[in-house]
Design a binder for this molecule. Structure first.
Ligand SMILES: [Cu+2]
Length: 326
């Protein structure tokens, strides 16, 4: 019975998807196996120790006033046994853990290198060709090394699906590597408390095919050298702003048209107030559209908040683009 439970538990743990975040790398699988092993032996020890305790408490319960227990001091064989067995187990766990840790910490040669910088409160990935991105985009099936730095305080780059966590320390580089073998988007958190917006310091690690990656890198590098307004026009397309906003007529799509929006001194909001569409208004509309909702589009804005999704330059580029729509 116990063995059956243990076996099931190990299987569930090892498959982990139902229990733990998706396993995005081989190392994630080995970490989970070790973890499953630890959990299982802890459970076994727990049953033996607590079960034994209960069993003996009942078995050797004093049954009458003159019930005398045998005088026992120790048993050398038993003592050796319960010292040596845990010792072997611990050494085994240590060796197993060391092997995994060694794999994690040995940086592969010829890895794709990406610089990732932590700053209150966002991550920026910078590629060799100068592309900067708020998301970390990597090709599948390839060794990737991230070189971490921090601009202000301690941060920690944490990818649960890869079972990877590494501090980013001001004034020095740290690094980590992985070999993603699953396509998809994975969460990145900051795992070192770094100020009020620490919990919002999240981004995506996007694992894409090599072709998509090459294409993305080229497009991004072309975009980053464009003049501000043209760059904004590109971002307006890639971030799907265009699917909700028309730019060449006052036509309403999902959201209001942004044609001739800039400089409008008469933007009517849901609460009846009127505002001027200046840089700050547009900035706020993009980053946190719930703050001021345009009349006719409430009560909750259908527009996603782009806070943390767009870099400062990208927001500026978008504003420059919207300025020019007249
Ligand atoms: Cu942080």
């Amino acid at each position: 019975m116990l063995l059956w439970i243990l076996q099931k538990l190990t299987v569930v743990m090892a498959q982990a998807d139902s229990f733990m975040p998706t396993q995005g790398t081989e190392i994630a699988k080995s970490v989970d196996n070790l973890y499953a092993f630890l959990l299982v032996i802890s459970l076994v020890s727990c049953v033996i120790v607590i079960g034994g305790m209960i069993y003996f408490a009942i078995k050797y319960k004093r049954k009458s006033a003159n019930d005398v227990t045998a005088y026992i001091t120790h048993d050398t064989r038993l003592e050796i046994l319960w010292s040596v067995i845990p010792l072997i187990l611990f050494l085994f766990v240590f060796a197993w853990g060391w092997v995994i840790y060694h794999d994690m910490r040995t940086m592969p040669k010829d890895a794709l290198e990406i610089h990732v910088t932590g700053k209150q409160w966002a991550w920026t990935a910078e590629y060799k060709n100068g592309v900067k991105s708020t998301e970390v985009v990597v090709p599948v099936g390839r060794d990737v090394r991230l070189i971490l730095a921090a601009e202000d305080v301690l941060h920690s780059f944490y990818v649960p699906s890869f079972r990877l966590k590494q501090d980013a320390v001001p004034g020095r580089y740290t690094n980590l590597w992985f070999h993603a073998d699953k396509l998809g988007d994975f969460h990145v958190f900051c795992a070192e408390y770094c100020g009020t917006q620490h919990s919002g310091m999240i981004t995506k690690l996007r694992v894409v095919t090599q072709e998509e990656f090459d294409q993305w890198l080229t497009t991004e590098s072309e975009v980053s050298t464009l003049p501000m307004a043209q760059r904004g026009a590109k971002i307006f397309q890639t971030r799907a702003c265009a699917s909700c906003h028309s730019v060449d007529s006052p036509a309403v799509k999902v959201g209001p048209s942004v044609y001739k929006l800039f400089g409008d001194t008469n933007v009517e909001l849901l609460d009846g107030t009127k505002v001027t569409a200046d840089e700050n208004y547009i900035r706020e509309s993009i980053l946190n559209s719930q703050a001021k909702i345009v009349k006719g589009f409430g009560p909750r804005s259908a527009m996603p908040a782009f806070q943390g999704q767009l870099s400062e330059v990208e927001v500026t580029a978008l504003i420059e683009y919207i300025k020019g729509l007249k």
